[in-house]
Design a protein around this ligand. Structure first.
Ligand code: GUN
Length: 299
């Protein structure tokens, strides 16, 4: 395979996300002009010092501001109590300047994650994690949809067009990616399989797939010979592994990229694949939430 053929197989999530962010920014400008300065506002709460979470939150805030929205960041200490975190969420629910609320996961052990997420006003739940939103999605109704699966779906539709009738295998059953991804692909009339750590003969299950979504968090677990020739592979994994150079690390996905690209019809790289789509979708969800809360039509 020559380098052009290889390039054509790579799904450019970074480029797609840049386009989406600039479309959102344009809409924000138009909204401000037509509605007396109405500015979508996103509040992010981070509890503790998890280094990966700190980086995500910094990026989220930067891109929120770049899109012309208002960003509110709340850093709470590692030993924050359930009651104090709940109080902050309820405060933000009542704040008219805040249209989207995101509580960065994971949360420290003393916090009951479900109780916190389900305390967020579903209309402000831009992560789509509230039971109301996951229930709306599961039953085919208008919902706030989780950002990572939404980004994956956009990339798939952009590449493949109509997904109807395709065999989709999702690896991973998390509430953040696997389960909402299944609901979205089912709504697109795919035949959906959710596989996970207990699945028997996982390579054989994956070999059936026209669409593979890998979201397990295990570095390069999915091998090239698991991929059906021509399949579209979406790699959600972000795994830090030792680099060749002593003491350095590099980021790889859940898919062995160099092997899989030889077989796949299309594949997202890591980095620059799904990752940038997540924040772009978060901004889009915040804009949507703002419009809906102000009685404006939003899709
Ligand atoms: N931690 C990892 N991914 C996510 C996400 O999409 N939303 C939140 N809130 N926390 C996360």
């Amino acid at each position: 395979m020559n380098s052009t053929e290889i390039d054509n197989r790579i799904i450019d999530g970074k480029g797609f996300a840049e386009g989406l962010r600039s479309r959102v920014a344009e809409e924000v400008t138009a909204l401000k002009a037509s509605h007396n300065g109405l500015t979508p506002g996103l509040a992010v709460i981070i509890v503790g010092e998890d280094p990966a979470s700190q980086i995500y939150v910094r990026n989220k805030n930067k891109q929120t501001i770049e899109a012309g929205m208002a960003g509110f960041e709340f850093k709470m200490p590692e030993d924050t109590s359930q009651a104090d975190l709940l109080k902050k969420v309820l405060e933000l629910n009542a704040d008219d300047k805040v249209h989207g609320i995101l509580v960065q996961l994971p949360l420290p052990d003393q916090i009951d994650e479900h109780e916190i997420i389900n305390a967020i006003d579903p209309a402000k739940d831009v992560d789509g994690f509230h039971v109301v939103n996951s229930g709306l999605l599961a039953t085919g109704q208008k919902a706030m949809v989780s950002c990572t699966p939404l980004g994956c779906l956009m990339l798939l539709k952009d590449r493949l067009g109509d997904l109807s009738g395709l065999d989709a295998v999702i690896i991973g059953r998390s509430n953040i990616v696997g389960k909402p991804m299944a609901a979205l692909l089912l709504a697109e009339s795919c035949t959906v399989t959710i596989s996970h750590s207990r699945t028997r003969d996982l390579p054989d299950v994956v070999r059936r797939a026209d669409i593979v979504v890998a979201a397990v968090g295990r570095a390069e677990m999915v091998r090239g010979d698991w991929i059906k020739p021509g399949a579209t592979v979406i790699d959600v994994g972000i795994n830090r592994v030792p680099a060749a150079e002593e003491g350095k690390t590099r980021v790889v996905g859940d898919v062995a990229f160099a092997e899989a690209i030889e077989v796949a019809g299309a594949i997202t790289p890591v980095p620059k694949g799904v990752g940038p789509m997540t924040i772009a979708c978060l901004l889009q969800n915040t804009l949507t939430a703002c419009k809906r809360q102000n009685g404006l039509e939003a899709d």
